[in-house]
Design a protein. Structure first.
Length: 623
């Protein structure tokens, strides 16, 4: 995320501001000191220029001592008029009595002979030490300098004051010079200030440009872009920082790639695992769940995040989170409902830090539903095989024992007993052969020879054999036989399929035999063959007892019989439909049944047919 910084909030502005403020403070201090020194120097020079020469003060002193006041005043006036000092605006001579004896101002001639009102001059005449030799006053908005000079003779430590001379001069020339210097200094200071601002901006840019680049680089690193490389402008601290950030970017990129690779590998492993995996924190809240675990519990992965593991696995009242953290024994989770059966084996392991602190747990869910079903079917299979073999063996043993006990001496009875033994033996042989066929099908070792055959002809061939059986039974009047009719409803198109003719004939024989066995006397067996867009579907319907709805899903299981006593009486092994299902599936087909109890059953077989174009391209007659 690229954030633009306001200039007035940037480091560049702060550096420039600090630099300029320091420059202003320095200029202010330097200017104040410099102007003050110029002012004091000009004032000192001006005061020296205002100071009356000694010969002038001596002449005034002599005139003040003259006993003739008028002559003294004239002499004083002549001295003042003879002063060659353009800076002086006024000069007054005051005797020791405080009387004004002479003045340089033309307008002030009327004040001669009057007492002075200047307190400072009065203090000087009185010999006080508090009078100011030089002071600045303001008249009509103009600053002026007054210099009071005591006149007299000093003997030892005693000074004989004869009078004072008060000289007044305007300070306008002095401050005009000072203002000129000040103006020049201000102009130079402003120029220096602007130059310093430019230099400060340039300096701030040289300092902030590497920082801005580093900021841009770190922003891109935070966004996952590691392509930017900072230029090293020098070997100073910023150069070392830029180099460190470049190295950091490289290491972060390598670390990120490693972490992403590990994460992708972990995600791939978790996604393609058949077992469910979920991780939870110490509070039991789900943090990671793979698709297999989400499928087991029937929830989206996003919706599962944050849910409690106890609630997700339906363990309320069975286990607590504390039990799972303290007891790591595996346990079973039953997620079965009315529509599906799901039985899971849960394995729990803890997530620990190096300090031993438990930060969460991982639960691996292994689906044992199929394993339980297989184990159950295996146990049932063993039980059924044992039961099916025990029944004829028990019968054979009973008849053999009877023959051994003397029944063999009765030719008619012995013949009957041997016939029963022979029938039961044949039944066991058929059962063993069927079991061997199923075993070969399960192991994939059965020899299957696929051929492209005309399903119309093959189906008619099987049905014709059963028609011959009907005619043969009708001619045999010695034993009562059941009458039934076979109706054909075939498509007019030729249907070619790729099957093993012998194995598929066995399938049709099994279904037709069941239809014959369970059809009532005089019943109709309907054989149909239709052709859809992609499949060939044949069906065999009877009008027998039908199959209860609860048994439809189990009809193709091994040794399953709807009516066990009747099936055994008719010599069935209970493996025919199971073999038929395995054979049809080997041909990439599907077999199913639709039945209504007491109204008959219909068995369907769906096979993929071979297109007529493929048949026409092959030289089938040559084979």
């Amino acid at each position: 995320m690229n954030i633009k910084t306001n200039f007035f909030k940037s480091i560049r502005f702060r550096i420039t501001l600090v630099f300029v403020l320091l420059m202003i403070i320095a200029l202010e201090l330097l200017g104040a000191f410099f102007v003050r020194q110029i002012e004091q120097q000009n004032l000192a020079t001006f005061q020296q220029q205002m100071t009356l020469p000694k010969y002038v003060t001596d002449q005034i002193t002599t005139a003040l001592r003259n006993r003739d006041v008028d002559a003294g005043n004239h002499a004083i006036q002549d001295v003042l008029i003879g002063l060659n000092n353009t800076n002086l605006q006024e000069a007054q001579v005051i005797d020791k009595t405080g009387t004004i004896r002479g003045t340089l101002s033309v307008s002030g001639q009327q004040t001669i002979g009057q007492k002075t009102t200047d307190l400072n001059a009065q203090r000087a005449v009185a010999g006080e030490q508090s009078f100011l030799t030089s002071r600045t006053i303001s008249e009509s908005g103009e600053r002026k300098e007054l210099m009071t000079t005591a006149l007299g003779v000093t003997t030892g430590r005693v000074r004989d004051i004869t009078g004072v001379v008060v000289v007044k001069a305007s300070l306008l020339p002095v401050y005009r010079n000072v203002n000129s210097v000040m103006r020049l200094f201000v102009i130079a200071g402003l120029a220096a200030l602007f130059i310093s601002i430019a230099l400060a901006l340039f300096l701030a840019r040289t300092l902030t440009r590497p920082i801005a680049q580093i900021d841009e680089q770190t922003t891109k690193i935070a966004g996952g872009d590691y392509s930017m490389v900072n230029h090293i402008y020098g070997s100073d601290e910023l150069g070392h920082l830029a180099q460190s950030v470049n190295e950091l970017s490289t290491r972060v990129e390598e670390s990120t790639e490693t972490v992403n690779a590990e994460r992708n590998r972990l995600d791939s492993v978790l996604t393609h695992m058949a077992d469910g995996v979920l991780a939870a924190n110490r509070r039991g809240e789900i943090t990671i769940i793979n698709q297999a675990a989400a499928n087991f519990v029937g929830i989206d992965r996003e919706a599962a995040i944050g849910q409690n593991v106890i609630d997700l696995l339906h363990l309320q009242g069975k286990r607590t989170l504390r039990d799972m953290l303290e007891n790591l024994d595996d346990f079973r989770v039953d997620l079965s409902d009315d529509s599906t059966d799901i039985l899971l084996q849960a394995y729990v392991s803890l997530i620990k830090r190096q300090s031993g602190f438990i930060s969460g747990l991982v639960v691996v869910l292994h689906n044992i539903t199929e394993q339980q079903r297989i184990d159950s079917e295996r146990r049932m299979f063993v039980s059924n095989v044992s039961h099916e073999l025990r029944t004829p063996l028990t019968s054979v043993r009973s008849y053999v024992d009877a023959l051994a006990e003397g029944a063999i001496d009765d030719p008619e009875m012995a013949q009957n007993f041997l016939g029963v033994v022979q029938d039961e033996t044949q039944r066991m042989i058929r059962m063993i052969n069927d079991l061997l066929s199923l075993s070969r099908l399960d192991q994939g070792t059965m020899d299957v020879r696929l051929e492209v055959v005309n399903l119309n002809s093959l189906f008619n061939f099987v049905l014709n054999r059963f028609d011959m059986i009907i005619e043969s039974d009708a001619k045999n009047t010695d034993t009562p036989n059941k009458n039934y009719n076979i109706q054909r409803e075939f498509t007019n198109e030729d249907v070619w399929v790729e099957v093993d003719p012998d194995k598929f004939t066995q399938v049709l024989d099994n279904i037709m035999n069941n239809a014959v066995k369970y059809s009532p006397d005089g019943g109709i067996i309907t054989a149909r063959l239709i052709k859809t867009k992609t499949r060939a579907i044949l069906s065999i319907s009877d009008q027998g007892l039908g199959i209860p709805r609860k048994d439809l899903d189990s009809i193709f299981n091994r040794f399953f019989r709807v009516d066990k006593s009747r099936s055994r009486a008719q010599g069935g092994t209970g493996l025919g439909l199971a073999i038929s299902k395995e054979v049809v599936e080997r041909f990439n087909g599907r077999i199913w049944v639709d039945s209504v109890e007491n109204r008959g059953s219909t068995f369907y077989i769906s096979l993929a047919y071979v297109d007529d174009d493929v048949i026409e391209e092959g030289d089938w007659d040559a084979e």
